[in-house]
Design a protein around this ligand. Sequence first.
Ligand SMILES: [Fe+2]
Ligand SMILES: [Fe+2]
Length: 187
Amino acid sequence: MSNSIDLEYTLSPKRLRHSRAVADFAVSLSDRYGLAIDDDELYQAGLHHDLAREWGDEALLRFTIDEQVAVTDEELAHPVLLHAPVAAVVLERAGMSRAQVLAVRHHTLGSSEMGVMGRALFCADYLEPNRTYISDEERARLLEEETIASLCLKVVEREWRHLIQTGRSIAHASEAFRRSLKEEVEA
Ligand SMILES: [Fe+2]
Ligand SMILES: [Fe+2]
């Protein structure tokens, strides 16, 4: 990146800890699944993926409108989701690569356009060791999945179960992501 972003000022200690853990975990996933991506690029995408997560709805909406960020109606209706497209724009302007920008752009709901870096980031965001909703045993079991696509699919399905159990709806973007992963895994 040409312009560095000081995450120490942007993120709470807890979010910074999560961000570092996601970066480390994403690199370990890349190694585990033999993903042909640059470790440093992946690490930086992981480290910065949540840089706008603590801005608050108003600031996210203001940035989205002022900077004409391309977002979906679902993201506008649930402004916390805007932290992904907003971070992607900030990182693009800071000089991150197309792969990094797409990975960060789609890290919340997933997308067939997120690329292999996006898949590593998406799974790492869910599985990093500070996450308490998943036991070490289940994490280890998930990591027995043979491909990053099947791991992503398992992660999405686990997320869905939680959403359904807590009475929440599934985003259209997430539905499309699951469909594309399922087609790929079952092909
Ligand atoms: Fe996030
Ligand atoms: Fe995150």
